[in-house]
Design a protein around this ligand. Structure first.
Ligand code: FES
Length: 321
């Protein structure tokens, strides 16, 4: 997909829900209803910062999937932010207008599952807020296992405990509470699915535990978006259109192309979906792969790059564009 149809929305509410985490309620700027969505969906929020910088960040929808009166998202201010999350925290207030994409779901509920184990770490709780509402509406069997540093850093704890009671299991690292994932997974009935979202190390660990206790790969689901990391500036040569584009230190290749009016494929902009995969023609330095899509072998081959998050360490990268 390229150039999503954008919808103009107005920020109706902003609420601080934990340290460095805010909730935003977005309504259609013209007063129209918003399309219903499936739990696990995200939208891309377009933000225009100073100096002409444009961010298009993916945020999970946390509101009820069948509620067209507004969408809600939750944003953690990242310490290493290139500016997008800081813009949302410092520059967005009730009344601010933004543009969002239509909802896209890369993390759907496996409707055939007999039971659903949701594993969240920190801000990774966000897709599960909508999932739990959908699962509850379906009268499905589910549990949330939520690992947090402490209550002040755990968005939505009170709400989750009030709404779902004993289905919610909290593990507080400030109290030294261990997360016995292996025993949790070992006790589940056949046909249970696990979904995990949170820091990369936690996702890797949870998937590894799932495999180690013998769960089939198709019952293990994860979602992780990577913010494009900054790096040294380099030049992208477009082999087919014969153009040279400079990628700035704070830009992704995709953002640099868009800045110059070049329409490139994307969907998640976070290294997860594979939509922006591009063939590498030549590179005078190492490729810096930051995506979660290419296999280790594909990364080693140097033949492909995900232009939404990955970079080149050399001075020139030639792409089949
Ligand atoms: S747009 Fe999804 S991996 Fe790049």
């Amino acid at each position: 997909m390229t150039a999503f149809a954008l919808r103009r929305v107005r920020v109706a509410e902003v609420e601080r829900v934990a340290d460095e985490v805010k909730r935003f309620r977005l309504v259609d700027a013209s007063g129209a209803a918003l399309p219903v969505f499936s739990a696990g969906s995200h939208v891309l929020v377009t933000m225009h910062g100073a100096n002409g910088h444009v961010w298009k960040n993916p945020y999970s929808l946390i509101s009820a999937p069948d509620d067209g009166s507004g969408y809600e998202i939750s944003v953690l201010r990242l310490a290493s932010s290139r500016g997008g999350s800081a813009f949302m925290h410092d520059g967005v207030q009730p009344g601010t207008e933004l543009h969002i994409s239509e909802p896209v779901n890369l993390f759907p509920i496996a409707r055939q599952g007999h039971k659903h184990i949701l594993v969240a770490g920190g801000i990774g709780i966000t897709p599960f807020l909508a999932m739990m509402q959908e699962l509850a509406a379906l009268n499905a069997n589910f549990e949330l296992h939520y690992k947090v540093r402490g209550l002040g850093r755990a968005p939505f704890c009170d709400r989750l405990l009030a709404d779902y009671g004993s289905r919610v299991h909290l593990y507080r690292s400030d109290l030294g509470q261990a997360f016995p994932l292996e025993s949790v997974l070992s006790e589940q009935p056949l046909g249970t699915h696990m979904y995990v979202c949170g820091p990369a190390a936690m996702i890797n660990w949870a998937l590894q535990v799932g495999r180690a206790v013998g769960w089939p790969q198709e019952n293990l689901h994860s979602e992780r978006f990577t913010a494009p990391p900054p790096g040294r500036s380099f030049t992208v040569k477009l082999a087919r259109s014969r153009r040279d584009i400079v990628v700035g230190p704070q830009q992704s290749i995709l953002e640099a192309l868009e800045q110059h009016g070049i329409d490139a494929q994307y969907l998640c902009r976070g290294g997860a979906c594979g939509q922006c995969e591009t063939r590498v023609v030549a590179c005078d330095g190492a490729l810096q792969h930051n995506d979660h899509y290419l296999t280790d072998e594909e990364k080693k081959s140097g033949e492909k790059i995900m232009i939404c998050v990955s970079r080149a360490a050399g001075s020139t990268l030639t792409l089949d564009l």
